[in-house]
Design a protein around this ligand. Structure first.
Ligand code: GLN
Length: 551
């Protein structure tokens, strides 16, 4: 039997609802249950793929190529369950489906309405692909009271009646703010938020109350009384030092026990939290700090690089060190000598990005890393910039660039107009729509026997892998390194050590004679987990640790 947990939020956004959902998923898993997490996003974009990272944060890409909300990254990092297209939907996508049906005449002359057509489509989404899963956790984006989220709340309210009794639970996350002038935590916003939810017909079963200090027992009782929940169902959710402490902290407050009780489950196995204790222990007792410069473009909003920051933390966990990230706007390196600012960092990472702005600064960072023997990790755009750098400065191709920035003499990075997916030839034109025109999702890559990166994947250390290996990693890009420049670049030491199985798309480059200089066309950060750090991040941080010892 599949049970459904709906998680809503009130009072303010950015409450950590996504993390709370992910942590609840991890806790249920720790008790031996299988879980899937889903996100319902009320905005009108069909998916976040065309939204600026500075608006919406990172676009999280799944194995099956969906461009999704960054909360799906939290879900995957906390549970290890790979997210799918069927785990994220927006108002835009729901309407797109309904309007397509309407145009086809599928409604047979009927009037198409929010209730039941939109709500039915939302319900169908919630109930799809659930077989064999004990708990589906469904987070509703936005805040109760938003006009946009009404159809979603209506749909989950209906599901509470559609599904057999005892198969649904409603969790509501709120804020209990501290008012300095009064010297008190205030429960009124929570009361109002629950009142709003109840006016829509949803009575929450469990309240997750975020606060920056202990909520006194009498305030918890007051919340229970005014919000019509049991006292034990008022869970205080205090700020944690690290997000990976959240499962431990919420468990200690009885969150998972209380949710299980809503379903009448009082004989659940004890939670095995050893995985989370181990991670917490590593975070609390690092044996040093490495400094990593992340030279990017959306550095004002760290949510734009959510998975990347987490994957670096995981690389630190693998090496028992703290990773201090310095987020640097790449444009700053376009001033003469500004790149010297990188003196003293233990590793340089150039992440994914789009467009010409700041590209020369990233190339300057790659030159610095290459010539000063500082570990360099180029991801997607960061790989493309490293290739341009090597083409210009090692292979003597002064006009080398990417066609993303316009025409150039040596298009070492260019638009891919044809590729195969399975056995099907896919094509694309320069002027095609921007939405959904990228190489997205998981693709196979073959690693060269004897390559440095082969060793990283095989046994976590550079080199030593004798065999060719296949890896699968997630992509999100339009442009590709141009295979026609392979010979010229390999002649100057930039090896193409990972290629697509048909040998046409360079997936990985590595520099000979450098302690650690690797560029990858895919996004390894999307698959890294605190309990299974991605080998590339673990190895990059290990190289940064060596670098730190050198200086
Ligand atoms: N802008 C580059 C491309 O489209 C890189 C994209 C990325 O870094 N994700 O190929």
């Amino acid at each position: 039997m599949t049970r459904y947990i709906f998680i809503t939020g009130g009072v303010v956004s950015s409450l950590g609802k996504g993390l709370a959902s992910a942590a609840l998923g991890a806790l249920l898993q720790a008790r031996g249950y299988s879980v899937r997490l889903r996100k319902l996003d009320p905005y009108l974009n069909v998916d976040p793929g065309t939204m600026s990272p500075t608006q919406h944060g990172e676009v999280y890409v799944t194995d099956d190529g969906a461009e999704t909300d960054l909360d799906l990254g939290h879900y995957e990092r906390f549970t290890g369950v790979a997210s799918r297209q069927s785990d994220n939907v927006t108002t835009g996508r729901i309407y797109q489906q309904i309007l397509a049906k309407e145009r086809r005449g599928d409604f047979l002359g009927g009037t198409v309405q929010v209730i039941p057509h939109v709500t039915d489509a939302i319900k169908a989404f919630v109930l799809n692909e659930t077989e064999g899963t004990d708990f589906i956790l469904c987070e509703i984006g936005g805040t109760v009271g938003d006009i946009e989220s009404l159809p979603f709340l209506e749909a989950i309210r209906q599901l509470g009646n559609d599904l057999p009794r005892g198969q649904t639970a409603f969790v509501h996350a709120t804020l209990v703010p501290y008012i300095a002038a009064a010297g008190e935590l205030k429960t009124k916003p929570t009361q109002h938020s629950v009142k709003e939810l109840r006016s829509i017909g949803i009575q929450p079963d469990v309240l997750l109350c975020r606060a920056d200090r202990t909520i006194p027992a009498h305030e918890q009782r007051k919340i229970a009384l005014f919000c019509n929940v049991r006292e034990s169902a008022v869970i205080q959710a205090l700020d944690c030092r690290s997000i990976y402490e959240v499962p431990l902290a919420y468990h200690a407050e009885g969150f998972d026990r209380e949710v299980l009780e809503v379903f009448g489950i009082d004989d659940a196995p004890e939670a095995d939290l050893s995985r989370w204790r181990d991670i917490h222990g590593r975070i609390e007792s690092p044996e040093g700090t490495v400094k990593i410069a992340v030279v990017g473009k959306y550095t004002d909003l760290q949510d734009a690089y959510k998975s990347l920051g987490e994957a670096l933390v995981h690389g630190g966990l693998a090496n028992q060190v703290k990773v201090e990230m310095q987020w640097i706007e790449s444009e700053t390196f376009e001033q003469p000598d500004a790149v010297q600012r990188l003196e003293g960092v233990d590793g340089i990472l150039v992440p994914g990005g789009f467009g010409e702005r700041g590209a020369e600064g990233k190339i300057a960072a790659a030159t610095f890393a290459r010539t000063k023997n500082v570990p360099y990790f180029g991801i997607c755009f960061g790989m493309q910039m490293a290739v341009i750098e090597a083409a210009r400065n090692l292979a003597g191709l002064a006009g080398a660039s990417s066609t993303e920035f316009g025409t150039c003499d040596d298009p070492v990075v260019g638009l891919m107009t044809e590729w195969t997916e399975g056995n099907v030839l896919q094509t694309r034109g320069i002027d095609d729509d921007k939405g959904g025109t990228m190489r997205l999702g998981q693709y196979e890559c073959l690693l060269d026997a004897g390559s440095k990166v082969g060793g990283v994947y095989a046994n976590g250390a550079l080199g030593n892998a004798d065999l060719e290996q296949a890896i699968w990693e997630r992509h999100r890009h339009r442009y590709e390194v141009n295979i026609n420049y392979r010979t010229a670049l390999e002649a100057v030491g930039l090896r193409f050590s990972g290629l697509s199985p048909d040998g046409t798309l360079p997936e990985i480059v590595e520099l000979d004679g450098h302690p650690w200089f690797i560029g990858v066309q895919f996004h390894p950060e999307l698959k890294s987990k605190p309990f299974a750090p991605h080998p590339l991040f673990a190895s990059f941080i290990a190289a940064a640790v060596d670098q730190m010892r050198l200086v």
